[in-house]
Design a protein around this ligand. Structure first.
Ligand code: GAR
Length: 224
């Protein structure tokens, strides 16, 4: 856990639009939590989110994974780049690359991912489609510490909603994204305030906060 007397340093990794990253940045400014977004890094130089961050004077970088012969070489270069910013935490905010064990171990208890399902249901891609196919009644998103298994690791928070009978994967994706935009900044705030610990049983404890959130009325959810 970071020493919360100093500003908490975050590096955010994205692969595309970066809407979660944007909400984290906006919320950190609005909420004035003790945090610095040190850099936004993408594996795709054309990521829309990079320009958004650049326009706000946040340092940005891109490492195109296609320029590396294999996963390990890419991950090593990425690690080197990230560590130039000395982050307390590295946030995977729509970062669509599987990371090697070495990389994950290097950031033990400092690497955090958002996934658009209620894990352990529906790891991997197309989570909303899978949820509709299975006919689940409750769906949502999860933020968790990353371990070397795909979409696994100690869960920090889950945000849920009811699936409506007329939902399709697009309508679900839209409502779940609104919850993502609420809970990722919340987790960053808690991290910056030193409220999140991993206990001896490898489970997350959040001091004095509710880490199961149910949002059926996403349109009237207060963001910040
Ligand atoms: C988000 O829905 C995030 O949960 C998902 O990608 C989207 C990125 O959107 N992440 C994963 O699927 C990771 N397995 P954004 O770029 O607008 O934040």
């Amino acid at each position: 856990m970071k020493n919360h007397h100093k500003n908490c340093r975050f590096v955010i990794l994205i692969s595309g639009r970066g809407s979660n990253m944007q909400k984290i940045v906006e919320s950190s400014i609005y909420g004035k939590w003790p945090a610095t977004i040190c850099a936004v890094i993408s594996n795709d130089p054309s990521s829309l989110g990079l320009q958004w961050a650049k326009d706000r004077n946040i340092p940005t970088d891109s490492l195109d994974h296609k320029n590396y012969a294999n996963r390990d070489l890419f991950d090593q270069a990425l690690k080197k780049k990230i560590d130039e910013y000395f982050p307390d935490y590295v946030l995977l905010a729509g970062f669509m690359r599987i990371l090697s064990k070495d990389f994950v171990d290097h950031y033990k208890h400092r690497l955090i991912n958002i996934h658009p399902s209620l894990l352990p249901s529906f790891p991997g891609l197309n989570t909303h489609y899978k949820a509709i196919e299975k006919g689940v009644k409750i769906h949502g998103c999860t933020i968790h510490f990353v371990n070397s298994e795909l979409d696994d690791g100690p869960i920090i928070i889950q945000g849920c909603l009811s699936v409506k009978s007329n939902d399709d994967s697009a309508s679900l994706a839209e409502r779940v994204l609104k919850i993502e935009h609420k809970i990722f900044p919340l987790v960053c705030k808690w991290l910056s305030l030193g409220k999140i610990v991993i206990n001896q049983e490898n489970k997350v404890e959040v001091k004095g906060e509710n880490n199961l959130l149910f949002y059926d009325d996403v349109d009237h959810m207060q963001l910040f």
